[in-house]
Write a protein that binds this ligand. Structure first.
Ligand code: ATP
Ligand code: MG
Length: 647
C-alpha cells in the first residue's frame, strides 16, 4: 500500500473523552502507563506476570529467536490452577464463577468451589480414558458450562485442547480432529438452536468415520434426544462423572507448554491451527481483561462470543476466570424466542459489562430501538466490541441505545494469533473516536508500514505490523512451522504481519481498513473495504454493506457493493443511485461504486464476519473458494442466482 492514499477517508472528528465519574474509579487512571510500558517493555510484562500464581518463578522474561519466542523462560504454572484453585483460599470460593442461561431460559450458577469440583472430577474422567500430559483433546460442545469445565480439565492435566465451534459441520470437525490427531472427543447429544436441536453427536459420529486417532467420545446429555452410543468408545458425561473421584493433582506445566490449539475463523482462506502456550498467554489475557474491561469484584461480565473462538478462550474462560470474575454464559442466539433476548438477559442478571461483535450490533440496528428500550439495561457500565471494524454509525448507535451515552466503548483489535487484545482504549484514560480501535495496549508495539517495512507518516495508510514480540503471541502453526513463517514473517522480516490494512491519523489513532487481500485498487488509488462500507452504513436506511473490487478493463478494479437495508424498509426507484452518490460525497468520486446489489443477507463466517472473497468470486463469475467456514450456504446460492450471471 505504498501508493497515494486517499485523503480524508473515514474522516471522523467526533471524539469522546472518558467521563470523570468513570475515570475516577477506573483500574487504570493515568496515561503514564503507556510511557512506562514503552520505556521498559520487558519490565512492564515482568511486573504483570505477578498477577499469576507460579509454581516456580521464571528466570528470563523473553527469549527471542525470530520468529520464535519464549516468554517467562523456565517458569512453571498451571492455567486451570490459576483460573480455579487459587480462588478457593478466599471468600471468592463462594462467588459465582459461571452464571449460565440456557436458550430455553433454564439457568445454573456455579461458584468457584463448584467449578473446582467439576473440573477436578472431569480431569479424572479424562485420565481414566487414557489422557495424559501432551495428548490432544477435541471439544465440540454447545455454549454450556461443560465447555469451560472441559477446557479447564484439559489444562489441569496439561492436555492441549482444540475447541471446535458447535456450528461446524461433520466435515470441518473431521479435518480439525485429524490435524490435531486428538485422542478424545468431548461432545453433547445435541444443542438447542432457535427451538430446534442441532444433532452434535450424529455430526460427531459422521466426523469419526475412518478416523483412527480418537479412542473415546464423552457425551454430555443436553437435549435428551436419542443418540447412538458406540459400545467401548462412547461414554456419557454424567455416568463417568458419577464414578469420578474429586481429588486430581494439578500438572506442573512449563510456561512454554502448549495450552491449546485453535483454528482461525477462515475469513480469508483455509483455517490455520494456531498454537498458544501457557505462561505468556495467561499473563496477556489476565492483564488485558482486567484493564480493558475495568473489571471490579462485583461485575457481571458477559462476552457473547462462542467458546469456539479465540474471544471465548481469552475473554470468557482464561482471562476472566484467572481474574476471579463472574461470567455470564448464554447458550442461544439474540433473536430467540424474541429479538430482545440479550436485553432480557442483561435485565435478568444486571449485567454490567457487555462484550460483543459489530455484526451483532448492526443486526440490532436493523431490528430497531424498540427491543432494548423495552428492557431495563441500566446496569451496564462498559461496552466492548471485537471481530471486524465497527462502522462509526454502528458505534454511535451502540453508544446511544445500549450504553445510554454513559458507558465507555472499548473497540478491541486483535486476532486468534495475537491471543490477547492488542489495540484498544483504556476506558478510564483513552479518548475514543467512533470507528477507531484507538491505540496499542501498553507494552504492545504496533505500526503502519509501507511495502519495505518503513513506518508511514501519520495521516496515511499501509500494512499493519507488530514490531516486537508480545506475551500471548502464537508460537507456531500446529505441525506446520513453514506455514507459520510464510504467513506471518516473510513479508516484513522480524515484524509480525497481521494481514490487515490500516491507517493512522494525526493523533496516532489506528483505523482498520480491512484485509489487505481485500483492498480495492481503482486506477491506482487504494481503497479499504471498511471505508466504503462505513460510508454506506452511514446512510440511514442501510443496515449492512460489503464491498469488493471487481476486475475492470480500464480502472483495474471497480467498486462493487452488496447492501442490506433496515427492517420494514421498502426500497424505491433511484435508491441505488442515491447510495452511489452518498459514497461519492462521503469519500470522493474515486470510490463511487459501479454496482450496488441489494440482498437480504450477506455471506458470513460462522463467527459472523463478512466473507468478501466469496462475493468477489460471485462478482467475477468464478468457482467459489473454501466455503467450509461459511455460516449459511443459502445466502450464496441466492446471490449467485441473482447476480452471478451478470459478470
Ligand atoms: P482467517 O485468518 O482464517 O482468515 P480471521 O482473520 O477472520 O480468519 P480471527 O482471528 O477470528 O480470524 O479474526 C482476526 C481478524 O478480525 C483481524 O485480523 C481483523 O481483520 C478483524 N478484527 C478483529 N477485531 C477487529 C477490530 N476491533 N477492528 C477491526 N478489525 C478487527
Ligand atoms: Mg486472520
Amino acid at each position: 500500500m505504498t501508493e497515494t492514499q486517499l485523503e480524508a477517508l473515514l474522516y471522523e472528528n467526533r471524539h469522546f473523552t472518558p467521563a470523570e465519574e468513570f475515570s475516577s474509579q477506573a483500574n487504570v487512571q493515568s496515561s503514564d502507563i503507556y510511557t512506562e510500558a514503552s520505556d521498559d517493555r520487558l519490565g512492564f510484562w515482568a511486573k504483570q506476570s505477578e498477577r499469576l500464581t507460579w509454581f516456580k518463578p521464571w528466570t528470563q522474561v523473553l527469549d527471542w529467536k525470530p520468529p520464535f519466542a519464549q516468554w517467562f523462560v523456565d517458569g512453571k504454572l498451571n492455567a486451570a490452577y490459576n483460573c480455579v484453585d487459587r480462588h478457593l483460599n478466599s471468600w471468592r470460593r463462594n462467588k459465582a464463577a459461571i452464571i449460565f442461561e440456557g436458550e430455553g431460559g433454564d439457568s445454573r450458577v456455579l461458584t468457584y468451589q463448584d467449578l473446582y469440583r467439576e473440573v477436578s472430577k472431569f480431569a479424572n474422567v479424562l485420565k481414566s480414558l487414557g489422557i495424559k500430559k501432551g495428548d490432544r483433546v477435541t471439544i465440540y460442545l454447545p455454549m454450556i458450562p461443560e465447555a469451560a469445565i472441559a477446557m479447564l480439565a484439559c489444562a489441569r492435566l496439561g492436555a492441549p485442547h482444540s475447541v471446535i465451534f458447535g456450528g461446524f459441520s461433520a466435515e470441518s470437525l473431521k479435518d480439525r480432529i485429524l490435524d490435531a490427531q486428538a485422542k478424545v472427543l468431548i461432545t453433547a447429544d445435541g444443542s438447542f438452536r432457535k427451538g430446534n436441536i442441532v444433532p452434535l453427536k450424529a455430526n460427531a459420529d459422521n466426523a469419526l468415520q475412518g478416523v483412527d486417532c480418537i479412542e473415546h467420545v464423552v457425551v454430555v446429555n443436553r437435549t435428551g434426544h436419542k443418540v447412538t452410543m458406540l459400545e467401548g468408545r462412547d461414554v456419557w458425561y454424567h455416568d463417568a462423572m458419577q464414578k469420578a473421584a474429586m481429588a486430581c493433582p494439578v500438572e506442573t506445566m512449563d510456561a512454554e507448554d502448549i495450552l491449546f490449539i485453535l483454528y482461525t475463523s477462515g475469513t480469508t482462506g483455509k483455517p490455520k491451527g494456531v498454537v498458544h502456550t501457557t505462561g505468556g498467554y495467561m499473563v496477556g489475557v489476565t492483564t488485558t481483561h482486567d484493564w480493558v474491561f475495568d473489571l471490579k469484584e462485583d461485575d457481571v461480565y458477559w462476552c457473547t462470543a462462542d467458546v469456539g473462538w479465540i474471544t471465548g478462550h481469552s475473554y470468557i474462560v482464561y482471562g476472566p476466570l484467572a481474574n476471579g470474575a463472574t461470567i455470564l454464559m448464554y447458550e442461544g442466539t439474540p433473536d430467540y424466542p424474541a429479538k430482545d433476548r440479550y436485553w432480557e438477559i442483561i435485565e435478568k442478571y444486571s449485567v454490567t459489562i457487555l462484550y460483543t461483535a459489530p455484526t451483532a450490533i448492526r443486526t440490532f440496528m436493523k431490528w430497531g430501538t424498540s427491543y432494548p428500550e423495552g428492557r431495563n439495561i441500566s446496569s451496564l457500565r462498559l461496552l466492548g466490541t471485537v471481530g471486524e471494524p465497527i462502522n462509526p454509525e454502528a458505534w454511535m448507535w451502540y453508544h446511544k441505545h445500549i450504553g445510554g451515552e454513559r458507558c465507555p466503548i472499548v473497540d478491541t483489535w486483535w486476532q486468534t494469533e495475537t491471543g490477547m487484545i492488542m489495540m484498544t482504549p483504556l476506558p478510564g484514560v483513552t479518548k475514543t473516536k467512533p470507528g477507531s480501535c484507538t491505540i496499542p495496549f501498553p507494552g504492545i508495539n504496533v505500526e503502519v508500514v509501507d511495502q519495505s517495512g518503513n513506518s508511514v507518516p501519520k495521516g496515511s495508510g499501509g500494512f499493519l505490523v507488530i514490531r516486537e514480540p508480545w506475551p500471548a503471541m502464537l508460537r507456531t502453526v500446529y505441525n506446520d512451522p513453514d506455514r507459520y513463517i510464510k504467513t506471518y514473517w516473510n513479508n516484513f522480516e522480524e515484524n509480525y504481519f497481521t494481514g490487515d490494512g490500516a491507517k493512522w491519523d494525526d493523533d496516532g489513532y489506528f483505523w482498520l481498513l480491512g484485509r489487505v487481500d481485500d483492498v480495492i485498487n481503482v486506477s491506482g488509488h487504494r481503497i479499504g473495504t471498511a471505508e466504503v462500507e462505513s460510508a454506506l452504513v452511514d446512510y440511514p436506511l442501510v443496515a449492512e454493506a460489503a464491498c469488493i473490487g471487481k476486475d475492470h478493463a480500464v480502472k483495474g478494479q471497480a467498486v462493487v457493493c452488496f447492501v442490506t437495508v433496515k427492517e420494514g424498509i421498502e426500497v424505491i426507484d433511484g435508491f441505488v443511485d442515491e447510495l452511489k452518490g452518498h459514497v461519492s460525497s462521503k469519500i470522493g468520486s474515486i470510490a463511487r461504486p459501479d454496482d450496488i446489489y441489494l440482498t437480504a443477507e450477506l455471506p458470513k463466517t460462522r463467527s459472523g464476519k463478512i466473507m468478501r472473497r466469496l462475493l468477489r468470486d460471485i462478482a467475477e463469475g468464478r468457482a467459489l473458494g473454501d466455503v467450509s467456514t461459511l455460516a449459511d450456504a443459502a445466502v450464496l446460492d441466492f446471490l449467485k442466482r441473482k447476480y452471478g450471471d451478470e459478470s
